[in-house]
Design a protein around this ligand. Structure first.
Ligand SMILES: C[S@@+](CC[C@H](N)C(=O)[O-])C[C@H]1O[C@@H](n2cnc3c(N)ncnc32)[C@H](O)[C@@H]1O
Length: 298
């Protein structure tokens, strides 16, 4: 089975505005679809890629200009500093999970397979979805479902989980599905469950704090004029990217200096997010929710 089909490939490469001698970072290597296209455009330049899923190593590219780092992209700043690399000419992030991860029957990302509730991108460390479901207090579970899944009835769901786990540990995908069956709508069952799973996945992998860290670090390691290209797959991510680019921070207010001048780090290249066209969506369903933002370091 194909590891992953890259989304918005041409648009992302164009957005990066690659120079042949530049240093680029692809922070979400996955199947390497975007990385391969970046490498084609480099002569003396180099590409560093990150992926915290050890499975991605099977796609690594043997080329002098390329290096794959199997760490969280939260570590990008430290890693570049330790290796004395920078400033950077462009950063690409194609967020979320790969087709390989969702299609793997034993990783717990999909509602289709009755596997252990794992959902970790990096299976070497951290809490699994099973740990979260069986260990987190009611209010924290409810917050995860409400905030990350944008689900109504989040407290009811949390209470059902707490009651069920007192009797038996919730270990498998089907255990979770049956625990919340009474509040799962008959019409739109898959959509509802997909949101529950999305919420858990975001919590397990601490995805939003990784993105915040990435945005801040990118501002620090990139050259003036360098491009940041981010493809996101849900509104929580897209909102963070939009805010950071347009306001210089994550609050609703624009960051300003003491004289009231905006303190922006990036300027947006596309005011509206770029989305896949009908032809790409027909070929690759994953592309349907993709939103790409391009920003330039000021
Ligand atoms: C959508 S896929 C990227 C696909 C890739 N662009 C391609 O063309 O094949 C996202 C990848 O990023 C990785 N990933 C997500 N969050 C990460 C993080 N915080 N640190 C490192 N890797 C991460 C996932 O493991 C996954 O392999």
């Amino acid at each position: 089975m194909k590891y992953h089909d890259p989304v918005l490939l041409d648009q992302a490469i164009e957005g990066l505005n690659i120079t042949a001698d530049g240093t680029y970072v692809d922070v979400t290597f996955g199947g390497g679809g975007h990385s391969k296209e970046i490498l084609k455009r480099l002569k003396t330049g180099r590409l560093i890629a990150f992926d915290k899923d050890a499975d991605a190593v099977e796609n690594s590219i043997t080329q002098d200009q390329f290096q794959l780092v199997t760490q969280d992209f939260k570590e990008m700043g430290n890693w570049l500093e330790e290796n004395d690399i920078g400033p950077i000419d462009g950063v690409l992030a194609d967020l979320g999970i790969s087709s390989h991860q969702i299609d793997s029957p034993d990783r717990g990302f999909s509602i289709r397979y009755n596997s252990d509730l794992d959902m970790r991108m990096d299976t070497r460390e951290g809490l699994s979805a099973m740990d979260v479901i069986n260990g987190f207090p009611e209010n924290e579970l409810a917050r995860i479902f409400a905030e990350y899944g944008e689900l109504r009835g989040s407290y009811k769901m949390a209470r059902l989980i707490i009651a069920a786990r007192k009797i038996n540990k919730i270990e498998k995908v089907d255990d979770l599905k049956s625990t919340i069956k009474s509040i799962t709508p008959k019409a739109g069952e898959n959509k509802f469950l997909a949101k529950v799973f999305q919420a858990l996945r975001i919590a397990v992998n601490d995805e939003l704090s990784a993105l915040r860290q990435l945005l801040q670090t990118s501002g620090e390691v990139m050259k003036s004029g360098a491009r940041l290209v981010i493809i996101s797959y849900h509104s929580l991510e897209d909102r963070l990217v939009k805010r950071y680019v347009e306001r210089g921070g994550f609050d609703s207010e624009m960051v300003k200096d003491i004289y009231g001048n905006p303190q922006l780090i990036f300027k947006s290249i596309n005011k509206k997010p770029i989305m896949a066209d009908a032809e790409e969506v027909a070929r690759n369903r994953r592309a349907r929710s993709a939103k790409m933002r391009i920003a330039e370091k000021i």
